[in-house]
Design a protein around this ligand. Structure first.
Ligand SMILES: [Zn+2]
Length: 98
């Protein structure tokens, strides 16, 4: 298991969470892109970009959604993460003032 690299802390629903890169565990033998650890209040993202199946935005939004709205099912979280993964990079790539 590799170490955890803290990137930032943030408040979600009044509770302090830590967001960073680290070991996300495995599902069916494959390393997970991300992990929302409710007990430790940690959002962990797979650090190796080529080890991820999705973009960092997709994964980060996905795990943040899990932390923010515990009631959402996996399909809804997946869809919203993928939506953000498609749209946000296009917005971020453009300087709107020019
Ligand atoms: Zn999920």
């Amino acid at each position: 298991m590799s170490g955890f690299k803290k990137i930032c802390t943030t408040t979600i629903n009044g509770k302090r969470w830590i967001v960073g890169y680290g070991y996300t565990g495995k599902t069916n033998g494959k390393i997970n892109d991300g992990l929302c650890d409710y007990e430790k209040r940690r959002i962990i993202l797979q650090r190796r970009e080529n080890g991820r199946k999705s973009t960092i935005i997709d994964v980060a939004v996905h795990e943040l959604m899990h932390a923010f709205l515990v009631c959402l099912n996996e399909d809804a979280v997946n869809d919203f993460g993928e939506l953000c993964g498609r749209v946000l990079p296009k917005l971020l790539a453009v300087d709107a003032d020019k």
